[in-house]
Ligand binder design. Structure first.
Ligand code: SF4
Ligand code: SF4
Length: 116
């Protein structure tokens, strides 16, 4: 069975371009949407994303919508805890393919890490 994990030096989910996430209003609270949009920087990347290290500069204090946690996903997307693993894997694959491509090193690393 594949088990979700966040791989190092990926950051695909830090590409926040709202054009690629048309349903933001459906799962973000109004103040979260405002915060989200304020974080969109050059090329659609989060202003807190360090492109050199491919890490979050504010990781410990990152917003709720950046966190893959049971309560967050239940609240934002209505995902039950037992569905979280598969849902998170799908989300990451979709985001990685969109940002880096379906034959990228990142998707190969992700698939290998989660056990696909
Ligand atoms: S897309 Fe998934 S694997 Fe990549 S940084 Fe985000 S959570 Fe981690
Ligand atoms: S705050 Fe951090 S984790 Fe959230 S999108 Fe920006 S760089 Fe990524």
């Amino acid at each position: 069975m594949a088990i979700w994990e966040c791989i190092k030096q990926c950051g695909a989910c830090c590409h926040l371009d709202p054009a690629e996430r048309p349903d933001l209003e459906e799962y973000l609270l109004p103040e979260e949407l405002e915060l989200y949009l304020s974080m969109v920087g050059e090329g659609g990347w989060c202003v807190n994303f360090d492109h050199t290290t491919r890490e979050c500069r504010i990781y410990a204090n990152r917003p709720r919508f950046c966190r893959v946690e049971t309560e967050v996903f239940q609240d934002m997307y209505g995902i039950e805890p037992e569905e979280l693993n598969d849902f998170a894997i799908d989300c990451c694959r979709q985001q990685i393919e969109g940002v880096y491509g379906d034959r990228s090193l990142e998707i190969l690393r992700f698939d290998s890490s989660v056990g696909l």
